[in-house]
Design a protein around this ligand. Structure first.
Ligand code: S3P
Length: 450
């Protein structure tokens, strides 16, 4: 994907009503973790519903490079035969994690306390992203890393030969950092304690516990403290990956802003650490309902119905909600552009170090299409003039960022003129059948043959 010579321009146009059942692919975060924990376990892990997006396929390839056996069977299940904690082999070539920050950060953590070396790289976007947030705390376990300036990839990791357990308070709200450290702790003797001030997605903790790790989680005076005792065995599991709430956000937000829409989106994980967007949409006045709430594979799950919501109002999204909807701000800004009044988003500086600087890239594209946006380092504001008020008519740059690409396509579905994106190919990193599904429910989108 990084060397893609021919970007594919795509255009979205005003659509009349989106209708139908939308089956969203598996959750990306849970998919990465299923493969990595499966590779670190003894015995076989059987995964149904794995997201077959490029990010996750790159992680599957990496697990093979570290010695696990990963195969897909005729029933579309993914089977991982793991090597056990501390059993990773040294890869014989560079490990390419493509576009995936989650993939590379979790894998670096998972291999870093094994006495092997590995070199990691990615595409232009991934190789620009900060890795010191992971490599600094890993050095406390005894890990050495050599990367480019500012700790960026490509990077060689020299796994700790005699790892020691660590106490670390994660300074940025990042599940990737927390998870990298917990995975490193698996092969360090004794008790590692990781604390976080802002509660981030907890799929690693949940899954480590179901694989049999010696892990406990406690909330102590507004901090979450996670204790993991290393050197216990993990055992292969059967995992059923629920559908991804971050991917579901795109058709759901599209239905909210396209007149006459009514869609049903089954089986979405509504883990509290991921559900911030849905709370915010309801505060804005969106017509959403949650049906058949249940638990599956240790994750809370529900079916979501989303209908056209003509009278949305701007809201203030509090900073303490940011971690639970960090990937959803781009699509929220599209909804905000169709609401009446200002939507103010605070505590969001992490958006600047995602696959792109998501505040800057969304602000540029929204402004080009006639929307008022103001921004600072840690906040941004989108001022909407009501449903259908967005002019459109411009091309937006997406900078290899799947969520930016999908957000601008959704913008075009309710704008007065088309909205174009410079490249739709990055969408396959997280939502490979996005365009197909959107066309099926009636979205007006087309590839532009230039
Ligand atoms: C993820 C955590 C988030 C999120 C990313 C997936 C994960 O990143 O943006 O898409 O699976 O742990 P940070 O934890 O760095 O905020």
């Amino acid at each position: 994907m990084s060397l893609n010579p021919k970007p594919t321009v795509m255009r979205a146009l005003s659509s009349s009503s989106l209708k139908g059942v939308v089956s969203i692919p598996g959750d990306k975060s849970i998919s990465h973790r299923s493969l990595i924990l499966g590779a670190l376990a003894i015995g076989q892990t059987r995964i149904t519903g794995l997201l077959e997006g490029q990010d996750v396929l790159d992680t599957a390839k990496a697990m093979v490079a570290f010695g696990a056996v990963v195969e897909k069977n005729d029933q579309s299940e993914w089977l991982v035969d793991g090597v056990g904690v501390g059993g990773f082999a040294e890869p014989s070539t560079v490990v390419d994690c493509g576009n995936s920050g989650t993939g590379v950060r979790l894998i670096i953590g998972a291999m870093s306390t094994t006495p092997i070396n590995a070199t990691f790289t990615g595409d232009h976007s991934l190789n620009s992203r900060p890795m010191e947030r992971v490599t600094n705390p890993l050095s406390k376990f005894g890990v050495t890393t050599f990367g480019r300036s500012k700790g960026r990839l490509p990077m060689t990791v020299i796994g700790a030969r005699s790892p020691i357990p660590v106490k670390y308070d994660v300074p940025v709200p990042s599940a990737q950092v927390k998870s990298a450290l917990l995975l490193a702790a698996l092969n360090a003797p004794g008790e590692t304690i990781i604390t976080e001030k802002e509660i981030t997605r907890d799929h690693t903790e949940r899954m480590l516990s179901s694989f049999g790790a010696d892990i406990s989680v406690e909330n102590i005076s507004n901090r979450r403290s996670i204790k993991l005792c290393g050197h216990s065995e993990l055992n292969g599991q059967n995992i059923c990956v629920p559908s991804d709430p971050s991917s579901a956000a795109f058709p759901i937000c599209a239905a909210i802003i396209v007149e006459g829409s009514d869609i049903f989106v089954p089986n979405i994980t509504l883990n509290e650490t991921r559900a911030g967007l849905y709370k915010t949409l309801i505060e804005m006045g969106a017509n959403l309902s949650f049906e058949n709430e249940r638990e599956e594979s240790g994750e809370p799950v529900a079916d979501i119905r989303a209908c056209f919501s003509p009278d949305l109002k701007g809201v203030e999204v509090p900073p303490e909600r940011a971690a639970s909807m960090i990937d959803e701000y781009p699509i929220l800004s599209v909804v905000a552009a169709n609401a009446t009044g200002k939507t103010i988003m605070r505590g969001v500086k992490e958006l600047r170090v995602k696959e792109s600087d998501r505040i800057d890239v969304m602000a540029k594209g929204l402004r080009a299409n006639g929307v008022f946006v103001d921004e600072g380092e840690d906040w941004w504001v989108v001022k909407g003039n009501g449903m259908g008020s967005v002019k459109g008519g411009s091309i937006c740059q997406t900078f290899l960022d799947h969520r930016i690409a999908m957000s601008f396509l959704v913008l075009g579905l309710s704008s007065q003129n088309y909205v174009e994106i410079d490249d739709c190919l990055p969408i396959k990193t997280s939502f490979p059948n996005f365009i197909e599904l959107m066309l099926e429910i009636g979205a007006n989108m087309e590839v532009r043959d230039l």
